[in-house]
Design a protein around this ligand. Structure first.
Ligand SMILES: Nc1nc2c(ncn2[C@H]2C[C@H](O)[C@@H](COP(=O)(O)OP(=O)(O)OP(=O)(O)O)O2)c(=O)[nH]1
Ligand SMILES: Nc1ncnc2c1ncn2[C@@H]1O[C@H](COP(=O)(O)OP(=O)(O)O)[C@@H](O)[C@H]1O
Length: 417
């Protein structure tokens, strides 16, 4: 039986399955949260890619659907929520999809949804409709949309039951290679598949291919400063450059900044491969510069991995892959820094600093609330990183205090600096 996990508002995960042979009296799925009044929601998945080449198209289709659903006339207050379909029995990658909660009279929402799916998903499309029946149970009606414009075939109606929460998040086992890349070749392969779809991909590949493989770190210290937006990375890295007479680098490097927006608009698979490759471009600069002076880097591989993990793992920080999961390990073929410092500040202090940076109040209030769980997952991922791990420095003090504490942490590794 396939199982499903949807992320409800507030980052609550609901695990459920649909079963023909549900033993009578089996625990019913609580409609609360899953079926907000007037109690109808829909789900559908993106057909899995049949080959590695198809995975870019499948990822882009998912991203395009996400955008179209957010603009579709599904009725005021309708919610489009992330859904994954997975099989607990096999190790196949989960199929991404959506759970759509319609709050208006369903007819118009259903028509709009069906029209959108017929237009943008390869036929046949399987659309699930969930309702609460008189018996207080949640039932799913499965439809196949195909053929003539109104071609719609009823495939069955079954009860929806809670599914046992798996040991780890269904996406965790598939992060490596789909969101976090353990090697330059793995990331390169994705951009190779994009060259016919995204012209800039070729330009990035040409830049990467000019970089030596496995560049060697020089004898001077290489120090990375990591942290969420507005934790003070830019301020600290510039002070470190001055006080240590170091070279300051950042990722992504300026030589790719003109393409960043293009890749930020792409789905995770492509976007992460882009960031991963830019880390390899900077690695060759680090190798060169660290033969002449200490090198400070503003964000490096840990940012790429932490933001990827936090994006792909729905729910809250407790849903992150467990400690020592391979997704937290530094790629063998990427130049390894000597020290990685993670700046941490409270969410409130971070918002105050975002404010100070001139981000208007409303946006960053939204940012705090909507993304609170996201930022907790990013920070949680940073803290699970190993080899090298992130060494925490509380960055909530004054600029002078933070610089002193960061220097103190660095001198533990390089007393003579
Ligand atoms: N550098 C970098 N940023 C990433 C990556 N993946 C996601 N991001 C996100 C983190 C931030 O939300 C956003 C901004 O990154 P940047 O550090 O380039 O810009 P900026 O220095 O203005 O952000 P900051 O406030 O200093 O963290 O990009 C990645 O692989 N590398
Ligand atoms: N220790 C600090 N105390 C107070 N404000 C700070 C401190 N460090 C940085 N800031 C301010 O907070 C904002 C974000 O700092 P910045 O260095 O740009 O962070 P990041 O690069 O991590 O986004 C800036 O306006 C900066 O002047």
């Amino acid at each position: 039986e396939r199982c499903f996990v949807a992320e409800l508002p507030g980052s609550e995960l609901v695990y459920f399955t649909c079963s023909r042979s549900a033993p009578l009296g089996a625990a019913a799925l609580r409609p609360r949260g899953f079926l907000p009044p007037p109690g109808r929601c829909y789900s559908f998945c993106i057909p899995p890619a049949q080959s590695p080449r198809e995975r870019v198209r499948a990822a882009r289709l998912h991203g395009q659907l996400q955008q179209r659903l957010s603009r579709a006339p599904l009725g005021a207050g309708a919610r489009v929520l992330p859904l994954l379909s997975y099989s607990p029995a096999d190790a196949a990658a989960p199929e991404p999809g959506f759970l759509v909660q319609a709050t208006q009279a369903a007819a118009e929402a259903e028509r709009a949804l069906e029209e959108l799916l017929r237009l943008h998903l390869p036929a046949p499309v399987h659309l699930s409709v969930y309702e609460e029946a008189a018996d207080g149970q949640v039932w799913r009606t499965l439809w196949r949309l195909q053929g003539a414009p109104e071609g719609k075939e009823l495939l069955g109606r079954v009860r929806v039951l809670p599914a046992p929460e798996p040991l780890s998040h269904p996406a965790a086992a598939h992060l490596l290679g789909a969101a976090v890349f353990g090697s330059r070749e793995a990331a390169r392969g994705v951009l190779e598949e994009c060259t016919s779809l995204i012209p800039e991909a070729k330009a990035v590949l040409d830049l990467v291919d000019k970089c030596p493989k496995l560049p060697k770190k020089g004898d001077f210290p290489v120090i990375v400063i990591e942290g969420l937006d507005a934790t003070g990375k830019t301020t600290v890295t510039q002070s470190l450059r001055d006080s240590l007479g170091a070279v300051l680098l950042k990722t992504p490097p300026s030589c790719v900044s003109q393409w960043r927006k293009t890749f930020d608009d792409e789905p995770t698979l492509v976007r992460r491969a882009f960031y991963a490759l830019t880390n390899y471009i900077v690695a060759s600069e680090i190798a060169k510069e660290s033969t002449k002076s200490p090198v400070i880097i503003d964000r490096f591989w840990h940012s790429t991995a932490a933001y990827a993990i936090a994006t792909e793992i729905s729910g809250k920080v407790l849903n992150l892959p467990p400690l020592h999961h391979p997704v937290y390990c530094w790629p063998e073929d990427l130049l390894k820094p000597d020290v990685v410092i993670l700046l941490t500040v409270s969410p409130e202090e971070r918002i105050r600093r975002l404010q100070e940076r001139g981000i208007e109040k409303t946006r960053e209030e939204e940012e705090l609330e909507a993304n609170r769980f996201f930022h907790q997952k990013v920070e949680g991922s940073y803290r699970r990183m190993e080899n090298p791990s992130c060494e925490l420095v509380d960055a909530s003090g004054s600029r002078e205090q933070v610089l002193e504490d960061v220097l103190h942490q660095i001198k533990k590794h390089f007393p003579l600096l």
